[in-house]
Design a protein around this ligand. Structure first.
Ligand code: HEC
Ligand code: HEC
Ligand code: HEC
Ligand code: HEC
Length: 243
């Protein structure tokens, strides 16, 4: 019995390893395809958004010299985080976090991890936007060297007034329901939504509500940038049933 489960564990490990390799290859293939055919990815892609920080970017903040679009977030070599070939310097900040409900008590939410950590490497304002792996000095930027208070993109390191992130939905679901969860839906219903996504560990992250590659739903004053659905409520209602 024991040897059987060991064999299974090893198999799982191999499968997980293979999946990360496949994913790493997919990122690399995406990067290579883009470099080879920049026009292919022009529509509905990061290129037309304020996340294009290259010289061709549409936003106020962009490089004066750098032509590669993906490079500010992904590099083919010397990645700072292997998954998804992350190219931007990572912040070492400690964050103030909101509390989450576990059982009858409340606890601080975990420190941001996963893709949220990647977003915060620019959005917490502690790291220069041009600080990219493999560059001897930060890439020179017009508009702002780093995000600072007063800029729309500035989130800072105090997340205590923000929606909790980086917690497992299943941890909260197992807790006793109360008034403060705004009618949390069943985990299976949440997981069934293809647009409002939890990460591979079942955690809510910045990417549950925002898609860093696409800004197709943005409407000034109504729908936030990089939103994953046509309206704000559409996203909230995936998880919260208003009572
Ligand atoms: C502003 C930052 C940013 C830029 C610029 C960016 N990405 Fe990403 N990318 C991310 C983040 C963050 C993730 C991780 C998403 C997740 O874990 O859900 C990611 C993940 C990916 C993945 C893994 C699959 C996925 O979608 O999660 C691929 C492939 C990818 N990016 C390709 C690209 C290509 C090609 C470009 C250039 C056209 C690009 N990205 C530009 C932030 C960026
Ligand atoms: C992926 C699921 C998910 C999405 C999407 C989501 N939430 Fe939540 N939300 C949760 C969970 C889980 C909690 C409960 C945390 C806890 O129990 O403390 C929560 C808690 C809250 C709380 C209570 C915070 C507290 O202090 O108890 C509010 C308010 C809230 N969400 C509003 C929103 C709004 C507004 C949106 C849309 C912009 C949204 N949520 C989108 C899952 C989600
Ligand atoms: C390489 C740096 C970088 C990374 C990484 C990054 N962003 Fe951004 N993001 C920016 C910049 C620069 C802007 C423009 C901000 C400004 O003009 O104030 C921006 C703008 C935004 C905006 C729009 C702000 C507004 O209302 O004008 C949102 C939302 C956003 N980012 C979310 C994310 C999320 C979510 C992630 C991770 C999945 C992420 N970003 C990763 C650099 C980055
Ligand atoms: C529960 C969904 C949700 C999650 C999770 C979430 N955001 Fe947002 N975000 C929003 C909404 C809604 C707005 C628009 C708020 C407004 O207009 O007042 C927004 C706005 C923003 C803005 C524009 C500045 C602002 O404050 O209006 C940035 C930048 C941003 N988010 C980045 C992030 C980053 C980085 C993370 C992860 C650390 C994240 N978001 C996680 C829902 C979310």
């Amino acid at each position: 019995m024991r040897s059987k489960s060991t064999r299974k564990d090893r198999k799982d490990l191999i499968i997980t390893g293979t999946i990360s390799m496949v994913l790493a290859r997919a990122v690399l293939a995406g990067l290579i395809a883009l470099l080879a055919h920049p026009s292919v990815a022009q529509h509905e892609s990061v290129i037309s958004t304020v996340h294009n920080l290259s010289i061709s970017g549409p936003g106020e903040i962009r490089s004066l010299t750098e032509r590669q679009v993906c490079k500010f977030c992904h590099v083919p070599h010397n990645a700072t985080v292997p998954q998804p070939l992350w190219g931007h310097a990572i912040s070492r900040a400690q964050y103030q976090v909101p509390s989450i409900r576990t059982g009858r008590t409340r606890q601080p939410a975990p420190q941001p991890d996963g893709s949220s950590r990647l977003c915060l490497s620019c959005h917490d304002g502690t790291i220069a936007l041009g600080e990219v792996a493999g560059e001897p000095t930060p890439i020179a930027m017009a508009g702002a060297v780093r995000l600072t208070p007063g800029r729309r993109g500035f989130i800072g390191t105090d997340l205590s007034g923000s929606h909790p992130i980086s917690f497992r939905l299943s941890d909260v679901e197992q807790a006793a329901p109360d008034e403060s969860d705004m009618g949390l839906r069943a985990l299976s219903a949440i997981q069934a939504d293809p647009e409002v996504q939890l990460d591979a560990e079942g955690k809510m992250q910045c990417t549950t509500c925002h898609d860093p590659h696409s800004d197709r739903f943005y409407v000034e004053g109504q729908v936030p940038r990089f939103w994953v659905k046509p309206t704000v409520d559409d996203v909230c209602l995936t998880c919260h049933a208003l009572r």
